[in-house]
Design a protein around this ligand. Structure first.
Ligand SMILES: Cc1cc2nc3c(=O)[nH]c(=O)nc-3n(C[C@H](O)[C@H](O)[C@H](O)COP(=O)(O)O)c2cc1C
Ligand code: SF4
Ligand code: FES
Length: 596
């Protein structure tokens, strides 16, 4: 036996949470990694015994996930090199680590003590640059001087702590209902109850499921996971109960670069999140809820896990769950470093212990979701709005936001601003206010060149378009979309070809490879941009880029391909001059731009 008796026991416990054992496979891989620090054939074989899988089958699943495929070393420095981190100096961090350790990123020192790995967005873009050593809490606002102090021994690196501070706030004059005021954290059941927690569920328990669905639909709540679908409407797609199980699958994968809002809810108000899950589950008459939290969010995972434990101890969850009058359970699953597992059907696959490759639809999750049973997928922030809607009503929620975009949102601002952070504000706030009033504006003398308003998949807009309201309808008027409401701001020194290149590298890396258009298209866009950025582009490359976008749009199984093409097309149309200047000069004409 390679794994300890304790790990075996924990795997068995994990398995007991799921209708089919394999739901615990990723959890088992996490447990094995924590104990062994690496995988080998024997470990895969031992894990496979729990699930009736051969070693090769377990290895195949594990191979899909970045966190299970790291270089082998005692301390792995995972440096985020996605856009918000690059804008704030991530490349210098990688270079410095490479120099000090004498290795290239993606490799380990020959003594197996250290490794460097470039990783995609870690969901902490306001405290960029961000580094994670193994699966420890993030090192935030990292400097090369700081890293030099923790490189003596792997043990020192593993015990290093450098949190934020992350600005995560309800600005003065705003009556927040998602984040606690004044930087507080309401982590315990007592904190939450003292501030009015678990009253909404009592009120909801006096309503029928249909009444809850109608109220939330009338409130105009739209999903905060990126697509903006009307939540109450989605809930109404669930078929009538047939006596069998039905599920709420809660999406806390939060891997869209520029997006770090769900983490704020989980780390500052985890019981609000749980109350939202419970009421949403009442509405769709779910027998259980499963939360999928991205693997890198170790603190959020621990805090939500503790909050769930408290609920079981207090009888809020379990046999006669509060408001349900029957058994109701919530369990957590952890992702393992794959952006595509945030796509709802990729997430369901991953929750079932498979590679997170999106499913063809139909059938949609409402008819055949988790383990082939009716399932609704809701985002973490989305469900967290529900308690306030129950307590205050649909009209109140509508009045809190803009037309067709009800309620507050947790707006993220990252990149070239003085106070990057999360701000709880009404939908419909002006982008200019978001940047200048709340996020402190840009450095002296700098102007806004470009903004990606809602996570990296959303089309970029120009600096002269920031007098737009940040809501679903208004952003469409400037050919963009709200997405996850995470704005990435770039100043006038920024090279847009480099920005497009970082975005394209991300999509190329994260494409799951099932669809030819996406697999090939993301690769072509990335390699073409790479050539242009290196000064080797030719005029025809711009046509190739446009062709690739047309080749991918709306033709694939999931919307990753759409995001990749929207992103590239918008850079090209909004900033064509930057591309042409590169090709004409045979080099980057923006000497002060960030490095990729
Ligand atoms: C490539 C891709 C990645 C996604 N990542 C996330 C994510 O990390 N979190 C999330 O809530 N939704 C994500 N989504 C959207 C989900 O597919 C889905 O629309 C959402 O979870 C539904 O919840 P909502 O209606 O509450 O927004 C992603 C979509 C795509 C295409
Ligand atoms: S569009 Fe891309 S990410 Fe989505 S299923 Fe197809 S290959 Fe995978
Ligand atoms: S944490 Fe680095 S880009 Fe988001």
């Amino acid at each position: 036996m390679i794994l300890s008796a304790d790990t075996h026991e924990q795997i068995r416990k994990e398995i007991s949470y799921f209708p089919q054992a394999r739901g615990a496979l990723l959890g088992a891989l996490h447990l094995a990694l924590r104990e062994r620090g690496r995988f080998d054939r024997e470990t895969f074989a031992e894990i496979g015994q729990f699930f009736g899988m051969r070693s090769g089958e377990v290895a195949e699943v594990a191979s899909f996930y970045s966190l299970f495929n790291q270089p082998r070393a005692r301390a792995i420095f995972q440096v985020c090199t996605n856009l918000p981190c690059c804008l704030r100096g991530a490349r210098a961090i990688v270079r410095d680590l490479e120099r000090r350790l004498g290795i290239k990123a993606g490799t380990a020192t020959s003594d197996g003590r250290f490794a460097i790995q470039e990783v995609e967005c870690l969901g902490s873009c306001a405290t960029a640059p961000v580094v994670q050593v193994n699966l420890n809490p993030y090192l935030e606002n990292v400097t090369t001087d700081y890293l030099a102090t923790i490189l003596d021994t792997p043990e020192k690196a593993l015990s290093a702590r450098r949190p934020g501070p992350m600005i995560s706030t309800v600005p003065p004059g705003v009556n927040g209902y998602l984040l606690p005021p004044d930087g507080e954290k309401w982590l315990t059941l007592e904190d939450y109850k003292r501030n009015g927690g678990y009253q909404a569920i009592v009120k909801a328990s006096q309503m029928s499921p249909k009444e809850i669905v109608a109220l939330v639909r009338d409130s105009g709540l739209r999903g905060r996971g990126g697509a903006g679908f009307v939540t109450g409407m989605k809930w109404s797609f669930m078929p009538p109960p047939d006596g069998g199980p039905r599920y709420l699958a809660v999406n806390a994968d939060e891997s869209e670069p520029g997006t770090f809002k769900d983490r704020q809810i989980m780390e500052r108000n985890p019981h609000l999140f749980l109350e939202g899950i419970m009421i949403s589950s009442m509405a769709i008459e779910a027998s259980a809820a499963f939360i999928y939290i991205r693997g890198e969010y170790v603190e959020a995972y621990e805090l939500v896990r503790k909050a769930i434990e408290e609920c079981y101890e207090a009888g809020i969850l379990g046999e006669r769950a509060l408001g349900f009058n029957r058994r109701f359970d919530i369990h957590i699953q952890r992702g393992a470093g794959a952006y595509i597992c945030g796509e709802e059907s990729g997430m369901l696959e991953s929750m079932e212990g498979k590679k997170g490759q999106p499913r063809k639809r139909p059938p949609f999750p409402a008819t055949r979701g988790l383990w082939n049973r009716p399932t609704t997928v809701d985002n973490c922030e989305t469900v967290s709005h529900v308690p306030s809607i129950i307590l205050n009503g649909a009209d109140w929620f509508k009045a809190e936001g803009a037309k067709n975009s009800s309620g507050h949102a947790l707006f993220g601002v990252s990149g070239h601003v003085k106070r990057p952070g999360i701000f709880e504000l009404r939908l419909g706030v002006s982008l200019r206010d978001l940047i200048y009033k709340y996020a402190g504006g840009l450095e002296e003398g700098r102007t806004v060149k470009a903004v990606i308003p809602g996570g990296i998949s959303m089309p970029v807009i120009r600096g002269d378009q920031i007098d737009v309201a940040v809501d679903h309808e208004s952003l469409r008027s400037v050919n963009s979309l709200l997405g996850t409401a995470g704005a990435i701001v770039m100043d006038d020194r920024t090279c847009i070809v480099r920005v497009a290149l970082v975005a394209a590298r991300f999509f190329d890396h994260e494409s799951c490879g099932q669809c030819t258009q996406c697999r090939e298209g993301t690769g072509w866009i990335y390699h073409t941009l790479r050539r242009i950025e290196a000064g080797e582009g030719v005029a025809r490359d711009l046509e190739v880029l446009a062709d690739c976008c047309n080749f991918m749009d709306g033709k694939c199984i999931c919307a990753l391909a759409d995001g990749a093409s929207w992103s590239a097309r918008a850079f090209l149309t909004q900033f064509r001059d930057d591309f042409e200047a590169h090709i004409a000069a045979g080099k980057c004409p923006f000497p002060e731009s960030f490095e990729v």
